[in-house]
Design a protein around this ligand. Structure first.
Ligand SMILES: C[S@@+](CC[C@H](N)C(=O)[O-])C[C@H]1O[C@@H](n2cnc3c(N)ncnc32)[C@H](O)[C@@H]1O
Length: 257
């Protein structure tokens, strides 16, 4: 399908990727400029020349590109962890998910992308300045219609009930576990991300005092490799730590632990 006005595209040049919207605007690079209107009618995979004759490849953005190109004002959840979180929460078409807090909206965008037009994401955030950035990110991706951001500090309860999944990315998630329990449908998952082992221990202790089962704690390590077939080996440096992921499912009867 030919590219049209308003579409999001990636322009790829010598390992650098730019996420851009197709509109009457000039995109300036270190090697000339490109009139973005000229992308209209081209196909993904085509190349476009900059004003100095450098070839940029037009790529179809994926959810990965969207997340990596978001405007960030807080720590975000990166693709390494997002992929597992989305599978563990069972995110899919038409479902409703609850999260706290929104931050820059990386998880919010990923949830909104996958729940589709019939799904919903309800996201709580206490800081107005973060909400502004998260909304900008959602709007850029055309996902704002699927998300309700509530400007509230969650203390002991969410306003929602019977949601398909809850995710907590806050400093003291153990304080919100009961609130999450009450918001969840029976048998459905909660996910939590915390950066330190101290937080894991406190979360786990509270989680075990509540009717949750199928508890899992994991850490995901991702290693990149150099692109040299003659000397194929890992990159020398890697992101060694982002956070610990904790998952569990709600039991309707508090007799089962
Ligand atoms: C690390 S950020 C979330 C990042 C987000 N998951 C992402 O992927 O972009 C944590 C956010 O939670 C918010 N927050 C912490 N405790 C909260 C609470 N009790 N109620 C509402 N928001 C809270 C903070 O203001 C902060 O913006």
């Amino acid at each position: 399908m030919p590219i049209k006005q308003g579409d999001l595209v990636i322009l790829y040049y010598e390992g650098k990727k730019y996420l851009l919207s197709v509109k009457p605007e000039i995109f300036h690079t270190h090697c000339g400029y490109i009139n973005l209107s000229e992308l209209e009618g081209k196909s993904f995979g085509d190349q476009i020349l900059s004003s100095t004759g450098e070839p940029f490849v037009i790529l179809k953005p994926t959810l990965y590109d969207y997340v990596m190109k978001l405007k960030r004002i807080t720590q975000i959840i990166y693709p390494k962890d997002l992929g597992y979180i989305l599978l563990k929460l069972g995110v899919g078409e038409g479902k409703t998910f609850l999260e706290c807090g929104t931050g820059s909206g990386a998880l919010t965008c990923a949830l909104a992308y996958l729940v589709g037009e019939k799904g919903k994401v309800i996201s709580y955030e206490r800081e107005e300045k973060f909400i502004k950035i998260a909304k900008e990110n959602l709007t850029k991706l055309g996902l704002d219609g699927r998300v309700i951001i509530k400007h509230k500090e969650v203390i002991d309860a969410f306003e929602e009930r019977e949601v398909d999944g809850v995710f907590l990315d806050v400093r003291s998630p153990w304080l919100l576990l009961e609130a999450a329990f009450n918001a969840l449908k029976g048998g459905h998952p909660i996910g939590i991300l915390v950066p330190t082992t101290n937080q894991v221990v406190q979360t786990l202790t509270t989680l075990k005092s509540l009717p949750f089962v199928d508890i899992e704690i994991v850490e995901i390590l991702l290693r990149s490799y150099k692109l040299n077939p003659e000397r194929f080996r890992p990159e020398d440096q890697m992101v060694a730590h982002t956070g610990y992921l904790i998952f569990a499912k709600k039991v309707l009867s508090d007799l089962v632990k």
